[in-house]
Design a protein. Sequence first.
Lengths: 166, 410
Amino acid sequence: MTPQLLIFYVLAALAVIGALSLILQKHPIHSALSLIVVMVALAGLYLLMGAEFVAAVQIIVYGGAIMVLFVFVIMLLNAGVEEHTNFSKLAGYLGVPLGLALTAFIAAAIARSTETVQAAPPTLSAQTTQSISHMIFKQFVYPFELTSFLILVAIMGAIVLAQREK
Amino acid sequence: MEFLANFLNGHADLIITLVKIALLVFIVLTVNAYLTWFERKVVAHIQSRWGPHRVGPHGLLQPAADGLKFLFKEDPTPAGVDKFVYYLAPLLALALSLTSLAVIPFGPDPITVFGRKIYLSITPPELNIGLLVLFAITALSVYGVALAGWSSNSKYPLLGGLRSSAQMVSYELALTLSVVGVLLMANSFNLSDIIRAQARHPEWGLVGWNIWPQIVGFFCFFSAAVAETNRVPFDLPEAESELVAGFHTEYASFKFAMFFIAEYTAMITVSCLCTIMFFGGWLSPFPASWHFTHYLPSVILIPFGAWVVWDGLRYETIWGRLVLPVIGGVMALIGLALLGLPGVNEYIQAPFWFLAKVFVFLFVYVWMRGTLPRFRYDQLMSFGWKLLLPVSIVNVIVTSFVILLRSGWK
């Protein structure tokens, strides 16, 4: 077992355990912390693939900014422990079979292509800062600018909604 | 024995890195301890007091006494805390702040020990995302403070934690944007490359540093960085007069010490970053042709040692009259010995200038603590969002425009 593979398994296990814990934890802060573990484990996986910039940005944006906002809102609302409700009929008749079907589908897809399932080789086009900036600011500059515009509109909408009286 | 030799040869890089980590952590913790002494002394003298002077001559053993006190104090866990998060928060704060020092390069050239090149940083010098790693750690270090405030199940820590999350998220934007100018000029995220880019001409010395073209960026960066480390005048998360002690009110004993060490380590990291980004890192401020300045690191020790001897001989306690002259004498002797070893002199050039600049920034931190009042919360927010952020954006635009003009609109 090469060190890379070992690190991959450790990070993958961390990500899966974090994701499970995110759903199973009863307290919202604990769920948010589990999600941070998932984000950081994913950043480690990106680093393993040689995508340094993406890994760092994953931690800065997702692990840092976005999750801090989640934690901040949970703290501000002082959300308590989640209440357990009864299993809804919709979930029982529709959700569980569909979920099982999806799991079986993904498992089948993975099982059919055993030899290609491994940590991706470091030949991704989006590796370095330079190639990513070329992609964002040259190849996909219009989608990128449109997305920023969309986010700007969303921010303005939030401000308008929050500003109740003048 | 043979097995040991094989193991050492096979895992040399791993072992060297582990030794470097242990050494760095040891040095940083010691520096932290004496930074508290330095801070108390300087602030005391600013306020016409003596500061610590009971434990050891000039209070020099005060950090050791403080450390012992932290270890042996009772460590109560308040009722109703979220145990896991309550214990996690100080660990997270300390671990992240110590990790951030791993990417700092303290010198350009590798030292050769037993035929192996050893670089003066824990991460390899070709790490291309050095600065991004630091920002990633900064982004995560909010959690230590925020979670400590939340998990304590007490109103003052919660308010402190909320304030700090809001403050750190707000100032992170300005912090990140203010260094874009430096990155544009250096064309790299690599900290060593950023320093090398500032050696524009061997004869320019300190004229070539980034501080001159990026002076606006520097002020934005330093203000935002001080806010990120929760220090005066941005120390609202732990404003004593309104929040008791802020986010760490419910922490005692060594858990409190962990927050304390984390804060001081963050100060050291920020000082290192200012040095690297704007003040030429390990570069000497003098032109390369002034060879005599190479002796400065060792020459400076001699008068300082002599002064310590002179001061020690007049010290009021017998203990001080015995110890201080010995320390001073050893310092002066080391200085003299270094003068006679030109090779060593060349080796300590880079680390000396780096650490000297870092020390100046640490002094500025303490100086600000002794002189500046604290911001009000709304002033803090409007300063961050309405002044720092726009100014750093304008700095990015102007810098990129100038670089574009100088490269001829290519």
